[in-house]
Design a protein around this ligand. Structure first.
Ligand code: LLP
Length: 421
């Protein structure tokens, strides 16, 4: 459920017409709804009421500090994957003791920063990483709390580019080595083993892979305890899908039931790292039709948004519903068209032969479910400035990241002295 609805003949974000934002901010722009963000956070965390659970919002999905602060105010922690994200989380008001640090390539200076901040835990992904962390922590005279991310070798049945829990993926430590790695790590200075971590992929729409992975983790926790390790935390990662098309993913309560059945009675703190589920449907990308072009075989609707602004269709064949802002168009006649951006690549296509309403130059459309992995993955390809972001709350809205000017963009390049003049 989200708070983007048609009222007074046009699409609103909560109580603000998107056309009004377009008029002041220009297009394209991302727009997020506070009520939707809050609702999704509460639905997810509410599914674990009474359990010893910590929800660490995965910043990579949308790391605007206004979004993070909205969630932090509800008590959310953060899952970060770089010093940059860690700084954002802290700036936005997430207490360090609710922050977990994931990722396969943490650098020593990033580890140092996180240790100084006093984060909850490092989710370590390899033996060389834990040795480096041991050196950094020892040199600072502190203990680094860790879990190992284990690779359960299960098929998450999602897009290959966002599946992470198979043995062939780069993530986590191999299942058959876990026992030895925990034993060797227990002897390392500066490392405090706290638990086990798993994350099998993103946009999962089936609970079966979770069930398999979580049951394997439960058995592993019992085994590791038997081997003398004090396992008090289990991090189950993120990945629960959202509805983009007609596929309806499991409800958070059903997911919670699977998690709690497997892990609930181990006496551990259970950590979750949802990203998309919290922010995905809380955002739209609004764009203007530049031209409608009738070619020999197809009709093309050419927008002012492009693959550099929203890469999901080009990169993962991601489906985003594209709605006209005007309700009469939404309810009018439809015919097939390709919806494309201005970037000079055939891949800059948002939809192929999709039934689209009758649109003309100057009309506005909204890409739904664009709050996750939208703005954060944008680039300036084709020297297109990053798209601004707007946050709505009731009848108010604010620009939470401004559109950079072309002057600012051009100034980023530096001419060497031999080319000057
Ligand atoms: N935890 C870890 C360790 C992760 O790698 C991820 C996502 C998450 C949590 C959050 O997953 P979520 O709940 O958002 O599914 N750009 C792709 C998705 C990449 C996901 C990367 N890792 C897309 O647009 O579909």
């Amino acid at each position: 459920m989200d708070h983007f609805t048609y009222k007074n003949g046009e699409l609103y974000a909560e109580d603000v017409p998107l056309s009004a934002i377009a008029e002041t901010v220009g297009t394209p722009f991302y727009c997020y709804s506070t009520a939707t963000l809050e609702r999704h956070y509460k639905v997810f965390s509410g599914a674990f009421d009474g359990a010893n659970a910590l929800v660490c919002y995965a910043l990579k999905a949308n790391s605007n500090q206004a979004v993070i602060r909205t969630l932090a105010k509800l008590g959310s922690g953060a899952d970060v994957v770089s010093e940059g994200e860690l700084r954002r989380a802290i700036e936005a008001g997430v207490p360090p003791e609710k922050i977990v640090f994931s990722g396969v390539g943490k650098k020593p200076e990033e580890m140092r920063y996180a240790l100084e901040a006093g984060i909850h835990q490092f989710n370590v992904e390899s033996e060389p990483e834990v040795r480096t962390l041991s050196e950094v922590a020892s040199s600072m005279g502190v203990m680094a709390p860790i879990t190992f991310r284990v690779n359960p070798d299960v098929d998450a049945k999602t897009h290959a580019k966002i599946s992470t829990g198979k043995a062939e993926n780069k993530f986590g430590v191999p299942w058959q080595d876990v026992s030895r790695i925990y034993a060797e790590t227990a002897a390392l200075p500066g490392i405090a083993i706290k638990g086990v971590d798993v994350h099998i992929g993103s946009q999962l729409t089936d609970l079966e892979p979770y069930k398999n992975a979580f049951n394997r983790v439960r058995d592993l926790v019992q085994q590791l305890r038997g081997e003398g390790h004090d396992i008090t935390r289990v991090d189950l990662g993120g990945g629960l899908g959202i509805p983009y098309d007609s596929t309806i993913p499991p409800a958070p309560t059903a997911y919670a039931a699977v998690a709690l059945e497997a892990i609930g009675n181990l006496g551990c703190q259970i950590i979750f790292e949802p990203g998309r589920l919290i922010v995905g449907n809380a955002g739209v990308l609004v764009s203007e039709v530049i031209y409608v072009k009738q070619a020999t075989q197809r009709k093309f609707i050419i927008l002012d948004a492009a693959m550099n602004d929203l890469i999901r269709p080009a990169m993962y064949d991601g489906y985003h519903q594209i709605d006209p802002i005007r309700e009469d168009q939404k309810q009018g006649k439809y015919s097939p068209a390709d919806v494309v951006g201005p970037v000079c690549e055939t891949g800059d296509t948002f939809a192929r032969e999709r039934d689209m309403p009758e649109l003309a130059r100057g009309d506005l459309v909204a890409f739904r479910s664009a709050g996750a992995y939208g703005a954060v993955m944008a680039s300036t390809y084709n020297t297109r400035p990053l798209v601004p972001e707007v946050l709505v709350k009731g009848d108010q809205y604010a620009v939470i990241r401004a559109r950079p000017s072309l002057e600012e963009l051009l100034k980023l390049d530096i001419l060497p002295q031999w080319l000057e003049g």
